[in-house]
Design a binder for this molecule. Sequence first.
Ligand SMILES: [Zn+2]
Ligand SMILES: [Zn+2]
Length: 252
Amino acid sequence: MSAGVMLRRLIFPPRCASCGTLLGGADQTAPLALCRACTVKWDSHKNALCHCCGYPVADCTRPVPMIARHGVDTLLKLTEYDPQKPQSVASRIIFKLKDKESAELQAFLARELAPKIEEQLVRLGQTRENSVLVWAPRSKKSLRERGFDQSKGLCTALAHELGIGKPVQMVRRTGGGVQKMLGQEQRAKNAYAAFEAVPKHCADLKGKCVILVDDVVTTGSTLSAVAAKIKPYKPGHIVGVCIAVDVPPERR
Ligand SMILES: [Zn+2]
Ligand SMILES: [Zn+2]
């Protein structure tokens, strides 16, 4: 652990991302994110049976329909997320990830996702060296309000955990507004207009395994738009990765 991290932990002792309990001392080497009780609950979220396939949700690789239509046939995830249950550990983790920049939480989630990504690379006959992480920035309004970008943080933590080079960033053209109030078709249109692939950043994607990172996947409009903009650069594979899939109301 670096001296900087040690100092930060002394000044801001890590707290559980879910319940806020103080965690261990500054001498702990593992990135701390959850207390023991919340870890148990988090594990039960990951093992809950998936609404789409009946397997534990953290083992489900099925994409949501919209991203499947855009050629992303795999979506790796850790949990399902029901915004109607804000007190659940999964919801609290998602809120914390979006609302407050926490290197501990980002590192924890990256450690949870990394083995799934590695398994998927093996299935595809791909290597880390041939893989590129891509993230889609949040809107300028949201950046102003929160002061950080959770997808960038997560993507950077994943790059570090997997030993993959610098992630590729999409460019956000428009504000995009609040997506969650919109219907599926409008969300898709907005997302398509909002994101652009920058040629100088994407020139090397040909034949690569592109890993698209998002925090929460609802309809899949963001990942679909990013996949559509990346496709002209001829990646070999596109894999979607997220922390949680938002369960549609009719399936809750
Ligand atoms: Zn806790
Ligand atoms: Zn499933």
